[in-house]
Design a protein around this ligand. Sequence first.
Ligand code: ADP
Ligand code: MG
Length: 470
Amino acid sequence: WRDVVRDAAAVREAAAVAVDAALLAGVLMRTGEQPHASDVVNYAPFTLLPSAVPRALFEQAYAVQQDFNLLVDTISQNKEFLEQTLASTIKVDDFTARLFRIYMQVLEEGLAQTVFLGINRSDYMFDCGLDGTAALRQIEINTIAASFGGLTSRTADVHRLVLKVLGKTEEASHLLPNNPAKGLALGIAKAWELYGSQRAVVMFLVEDVQRNIFDQRCVENELWNRNIRVVRKRFRDVFEQGSLDASRRLYMDGQEVAVVYYREGYVPQVYDQQNWEARLLLERSRAVKCPDIATQLAGTKKVQQELSRPGTLEKLLPGHPEAIARIRATFAGLYSLDEGEEGDRIAATAIADPDRFVLKPQREGGGNNLYGEELREVLQKIKDSPERTSYILMDKIKPQPALNYLLRAHSPLQVSECISELGIFGVYVRQGQELVLNQAAGHLLRTKATEHADGGVAAGVAVLDTPYLV
Ligand code: ADP
Ligand code: MG
């Protein structure tokens, strides 16, 4: 969009149209000032222009999604693998340890749950090689509370209009349709149906502060369209109203729950003693958890790092050589910091050359990773202590930046140098041992200014975008 980016008047006009279009389309968030109110809302931040995404890499990301669904689901059923992989982490990371304890407790009692629902989002960046070619590199896979499938179902329409206003009608017609909200709801509806109780509801397990409620409402409304009843509850409500009957069916104040869809529960701060008890109650129940605790653990960064070890995928997915090849082709370099020679060596390398790496703790939700000088300092400090084990190292991905405008409420309109991250939503349902649904459900493109190393849309760093395939 080189011609457009320089035309200040055209940009101003298009930005005004874009903001109104976003509000009309429902690309909304509650405000930071009034996070509990739905009568004071604003548009969710988004780019003025769609961002270029190499078509081959976009297609590659879609083509590997069913493989990732299969892999995550397989790991979630492999106690030995989870136990071995997380053994070093849970010695030093209290949060992962507590999740793991619930996992073991539930297994010891025996699973009441027979239907399993996974909704994940595999995130990628486009790594720019020395010769200028771009490669698809997975950043991580989110197996719990992967967000923005709702709002992003509405952003392509906004960008289509913007391109028309800018005189790019032909280009506007190339923007792809995208409806993750429908795909996610399809998975939830399938799980609800297999659970097999007409009267039972789908429970969205939500945060105390729900700024991103409209994203969730998009999925909720798709379920209501299918005449499936949805309730929104917090961990605190589960503690106060939740109970199990003799066959471990879950009830909230007398209302049976078929599916628990977590949009909360992935950061330690939300768990006080009562909320841990609520989590345990949910996990012990027959209700379909999306995700169950095993699948949440399968999404940890430690598991991601272990998957990149030669031979691990072959052990987990015997008889799937093609899936393994597709999965492995997306891996960046990942390194264990476990105690021992291997960890010592990579720690020394990273301290000598921090800009080559990202240092990641076992946390989700953005803003936890360490880069550059800070990476060096922290690693220097912990390199001889067991605390090192709670982190992994990853090669830093370096995408080619592009110019765009990030539209944010109450912010000046200015051009930024930006990089993008592509996410593909995956949905699958398993009944007993049989995968009855396994699909890619749409995509999410998030874009941020290059001055920010970390952070997503909810963290206020990245904004919603639409891929323009080139
Ligand atoms: P979180 O669970 O907090 O979302 P991520 O692994 O997705 O953790 O990292 C958060 C952000 O940090 C990503 O959205 C991306 O912008 C940046 N990031 C993570 N890993 C890398 C990497 N290897 N190279 C470059 N940037 C990265
Ligand atoms: Mg992430």
